[in-house]
Design a protein around this ligand. Structure first.
Ligand code: FAD
Length: 494
């Protein structure tokens, strides 16, 4: 057992029985895995491919399938589970746990359902079933597309020479799509903190947890765990949550989270973690109490302080590939690294928006460019984004601060419209949780530059609003379109 597993009763691996049950729940039949290659004792043998993709996450799978559809001989190398972060330890399990938490909270609020910790075991079985279904379905679709999968850790001997165990593949082009992993907490005792990866392996939840971080992963996990009955302390380095989101929204969200019982600590600088009597003590300093060390004790600690590119051990430095200041691979506008035949997309890139649809769009674009017809790159100016906490956040376009900066600092050129209301869903649930919609507008033309919504319906609304913003949505369009009643979205109209 590693030191990181500070809560061994929580971080136990999925037992065979659970996995069996997960397979039974899964709606689709299991698909046979692509057979693993025998390696032991055999001398290295070289093979040829048009395109070798390292990493079968969102970006890598999309790139491999697209290149194969253009007739390229594609080999996809993966050291873990097919589907990468999004499927196995990111978007999918997180969103499903969030659904379970929301339903449990609604039911416990108004229909005498118990809610809380006992729901976690059921929820994680359902999550594992869906992850197993997706693993199988991805594998099947890759095989159908003609992509060969090699299981193992890839290393580059040269930009187009990839070593996987005893196997050597010579590629015409190589794509690095190795994603990112949680950053370790760089303080004494930091290894006592788990990460988001660990949460999705838990069979049960701790009674209390200290979550360190203020970004979307920290906020989502704090909110999810709190709804499963865990006592949550959230320790945030900045003086607000979600630094990349609009301040009005993050302020309102902080109030909403506090109202659900999450204890928020802002301006914290965590200095030490130590184990005491079956709990972990987190020591931190706060600007408001200079010179005084404060503590939070919890059964478990989670560090969600950012992610770093998965590039260690790939051999990139050895073959002279240039890296960005934060450690990711540096690429040009065509996703080409300093080595011309080596490309990189997704979370392993130095400067990128780290979201699944972004990695997919980049992977497909590179595959089209190399093996098919050159197409237009997706529009990265209006990337819709969400925080799946309770209440959820959905945002697209510029925040108020970004809009003012884009207007050369002239705040009078920007106008905002803010609406607060209690949704019918919350009325039914018997709580007065306020939802909030904020539009950032060009003061003269009324063009919508950004939309920032807080409500459980916000992510679904924002997906569609992204199209409208790209097409130049103005407030006059919202006023002249009839709303659909009764919905949460109707609060944008009229
Ligand atoms: P990944 O999906 O990380 O895939 C990389 C793959 O490369 C992995 O499978 C890894 O095993 C493999 N690999 C690495 N090194 C090697 C090697 N040397 N040899 C062989 N294989 C290797 N995004 C959203 O859009 N919406 C969300 O709601 C959302 N929620 C998230 C929640 C959490 C908790 C986390 C952690 C992330 C979330 N994300 C979300 C981000 C999203 O998951 C990533 O942006 C996306 O998965 C990036 O895809 P990728 O292809 O770049 O990398």
């Amino acid at each position: 057992m590693t030191k990181r597993q500070a809560t061994p009763e929580i971080a136990t691996p999925t037992p065979a029985k659970e996995r069996r049950r997960a397979r039974e729940i899964s709606a689709e039949p299991a698909v046979e895995n692509v057979p693993r290659r025998k390696r032991a004792g055999k001398p290295p043998k070289a093979r040829e491919a048009d395109f070798v993709v390292i990493g079968a996450g969102s970006g890598g799978v999309a790139a491999a399938r697209r290149a194969a559809s253009h007739g390229a001989r594609v080999i996809l190398v993966e050291r873990g589970a097919i589907g990468g972060t999004c499927v196995n330890r990111g978007c999918v399990p997180k969103k499903m746990l969030s659904y379970g938490a929301t339903w449990a909270a609604i039911l416990s609020g108004c229909l005498s359902h118990t809610g809380g910790k006992e729901d976690w075991r059921d929820a994680i079985v359902r999550v594992n079933a869906e992850v197993a279904r997706l693993n199988a379905s991805y594998t099947q679709r890759l095989a159908e597309a003609g992509v060969e999968i090699l299981h193992g850790e890839a290393r580059l001997a040269a930009p187009t020479e990839i070593v996987i165990g005893n196997e050597i593949v010579h590629a015409r082009k190589t794509l690095i799509a190795t994603g990112a992993r949680p950053r370790a907490l760089p303080v004494p005792g930091g290894e006592l903190a788990g990460t988001s990866d660990d949460v999705f392996t838990w069979q049960t939840v701790p009674a209390s947890i200290a979550v360190i971080g203020g970004g979307y992963i920290a906020v989502e996990l704090a909110s999810i765990l709190s709804r499963y009955g865990v006592k949550v302390d959230l320790l945030v380095r900045e003086d607000w949550l979600l630094p990349r989101f609009d301040h009005d929204i993050s302020r309102s969200l902080a109030e909403a989270l506090a109202a659900t019982g999450i204890r928020l600590h802002f301006n914290t600088d965590v200095t030490l973690l130590s184990q005491t009597n079956g709990a972990v003590e987190v020591c931190y300093r706060q600007d408001s109490h200079p010179g005084r060390t404060q503590t939070v004790r919890a059964q478990a600690v989670l560090a969600a302080i950012g992610r770093e590119a998965n590039v260690h051990g790939l051999g990139l430095e050895e073959i002279g590939v240039k890296m960005g200041p934060k450690g990711g691979i540096r690429v040009d506008r065509q996703f080409r690294s300093s080595e011309r035949s080596l490309y990189a997309i997704g979370d392993c890139m130095a400067e990128n928006i780290h979201l699944t649809p972004v990695a997919i769009a980049q992977g497909r674009w590179v595959a089209d460019r190399l093996f098919g017809k050159r197409g237009d790159i997706a529009d990265f100016d209006f990337v819709p984004t969400a925080v799946f906490c309770e209440p959820a956040i959905g945002a697209v376009g510029l925040t108020e601060a970004q809009a003012i900066e884009a207007a050369g600092g002239k705040a009078d050129r920007i106008r905002t419209e803010i609406k607060r209301f209690v949704s019918l869903e919350n009325r039914f649930g018997g709580n007065a949780q306020t939802s909030m919609f904020k539009l950032v507008l060009n003061a003269r033309s009324g063009r919508v530059l950004g939309a920032h919504l807080m409500d459980n319906a916000a992510p679904e609304i924002v997906q569609t609003l992204a199209v409208a913003l790209r097409l130049g949505l103005k407030t006059s369009h919202l006023k002249s379109t009839l709303p659909l009643h009764p919905t949460v979205a109707e609060e944008l109209f009229g």
